[in-house]
Design a protein around this ligand. Structure first.
Ligand SMILES: Cc1cc2nc3c(=O)[nH]c(=O)nc-3n(C[C@H](O)[C@H](O)[C@H](O)COP(=O)(O)O)c2cc1C
Length: 447
């Protein structure tokens, strides 16, 4: 079978993910393998998509091999997908699978994003593989990789593929409202960060109307104007000192113009199940902050030109980012009603310093980061310092009295007689510390 690996890593031939492809090529010599350097070679495809089109034409099974970057895929691959669509490269009916490597931090959303786009182009999607970046170094990882490949070939040979999700009912609505401006108060620095281009009138109107209904003044930063030298290269040069290898001033700009704000409002036009590759480039370049939750406690909001109906994956990415960062998400505004609601929620969060606790996305995500930073602390020095200072190394758990108490309880419960006696009092026992808090709590005097 003719297999095409689309290497979506900006690290090109130094890609970890690519090593899995090369391994498969060695293990399955009866197939023919081609490679397309979509990530590192994106500038060339920007000029000419013909080589990509002919590589796809010959392929019977396309495997999109790439790392997970910031909950999705690298901005370079993101752009490559846009180019495939813009140039209408004929991919309908071709079999496609994804091969991701990562630390499993939101690999699910990256896979879904890729699959959504492959479905858009009419490809026949085969369930892919999401491996830890070190899996290839283990016997089990290599076996799982081979099994996945055999599974993908089997599916392609037998016309077995995932059902495409239902297409959105209508074209995404474009905002066309006009809201009255309210009186402004001073007190907070709120920045609107957008990817606003010529002719994007819906987004322009959405930003204007948010500025009108929001009770505080806002500043505007247009990513379309920032002279980015390129997408994150995954070189990890920033890991020790937080400084990016690109000399385009982005890290300083990010820290001084955006992260210093009291609240951040992101604004984008929905395209290809995301915020577009330019915004993704901005997201990836924030890797100069490593795994540090530098915007902790700052509320966020999104102005989305287009409908998020049916875009559950993107919604999940944006909600999870807020939760991991331990920030309040004031919501998504795409029409007059939601603009008002988001504006009011954001104002409340700013005025009260409202930051709800992390949910599953944030708690789970931070445990992955914690373990990663701990393991790599010799290299990720800035991250390590931040995690130590912020008490993010919550292991090993040294809650001795609690652990001792529970061990004692476990020992007692092993006796059938005691189990009967204690069993009836378990609920009371569990609630005892909560009751103590309630007893000590004074009635709140209304301010
Ligand atoms: C900018 C950047 C963002 C990343 N984001 C994630 C992420 O969201 N989740 C994750 O598990 N790993 C993330 N990683 C780790 C990579 O996915 C992982 O190292 C991958 O194996 C690299 O593959 P490659 O060498 O083929 O590019 C990120 C790495 C970089 C450089």
């Amino acid at each position: 079978m003719n297999i095409l690996f689309v290497n979506g890593s900006p690290r090109g031939r130094f890609s970890v993910t690519l090593q899995s492809c090369l391994y498969l090529e060695k293990r399955f010599p009866r197939h023919s393998f081609q490679y397309l350097n979509a990530g590192a070679g994106i500038d060339a495809f920007e000029r000419d998509m013909a080589p990509a089109a002919s590589a796809f034409q010959a392929a019977e099974l396309v495997i999109f091999a790439c790392p997970v970057y910031a909950f999705l895929v690298p901005s370079q691959l993101h752009r490559f997908l846009e180019l495939l669509k813009e140039h209408a490269v004929p991919l309908g009916g071709k079999y496609a699978a994804t091969l991701l490597t990562s630390k499993h931090f939101f690999d699910v959303t990256a896979r879904r994003f890729l699959e959504e786009n492959l479905h858009d182009m009419g490809m026949r999607v085969i369930r892919g593989l999401s491996a830890d970046m070190e899996d290839l170094l283990t016997e089990q990882g290599r076996r799982e990789l081979e099994d996945f490949f055999e599974y993908a070939v089997y599916c392609a040979e037998n016309a077995v593929f995932e059902k495409a999700p239902p297409a959105p009912a209508a074209a995404p609505a474009v905002y066309a409202g006009r809201l009255e401006a309210c009186r402004k108060q001073d007190g907070f620095d709120v920045v609107i960060v957008a990817d606003l281009r010529e002719g994007d009138e819906g987004l322009r109107a959405l930003i204007r109307d948010f500025g009108a209904v929001f009770p505080y003044g806002t500043r505007f930063v247009n990513l379309a104007d920032f002279p980015f030298r390129g997408g994150c290269l995954g070189c990890l040069s920033c890991a020790t000192g937080g400084k990016c290898v690109y000399r385009d001033g982005f890290d300083v700009f990010l820290r001084e113009k955006i992260q210093r704000a009291d609240a951040i409002v992101y604004a984008f036009t929905l395209r290809d199940h995301s915020m577009g590759s330019r915004f993704k480039l901005y997201d990836d370049r924030q890797f100069c902050n490593g795994h540090r939750t530098v915007a902790e406690g700052k509320p966020f909001a999104y102005l989305v030109n287009g409908s998020l109906a049916g875009e559950d994956n993107l919604r999940c990415v944006l909600e999870a980012r807020a939760s991991v960062g331990h920030s309040f998400l004031a919501g998504f505004a795409s029409d007059a009603e939601s603009l008002r609601a988001v504006s009011m929620r954001l104002a409340f969060a700013l005025e009260r310093g409202y930051t709800p606790p992390r949910d599953f996305y944030g708690v789970g995500g931070m445990k992955i980061f914690r373990d990663l930073v701990w393991l790599m602390r010799g290299m990720m020095r800035e991250d390590h310092r931040f995690y130590r200072e912020h008490g993010l190394y919550d292991f090993p758990q040294r809650r001795w009295p609690r652990m001792l108490g529970l061990s004692l309880l476990g020992a007692l419960l092993r006796s059938r007689r005691l189990r009967r006696v204690i069993g009836g009092r378990m609920n009371e026992g569990m609630l005892a510390p909560y009751k103590k808090v309630l007893e000590k709590t004074d009635r709140r005097i209304k301010p």
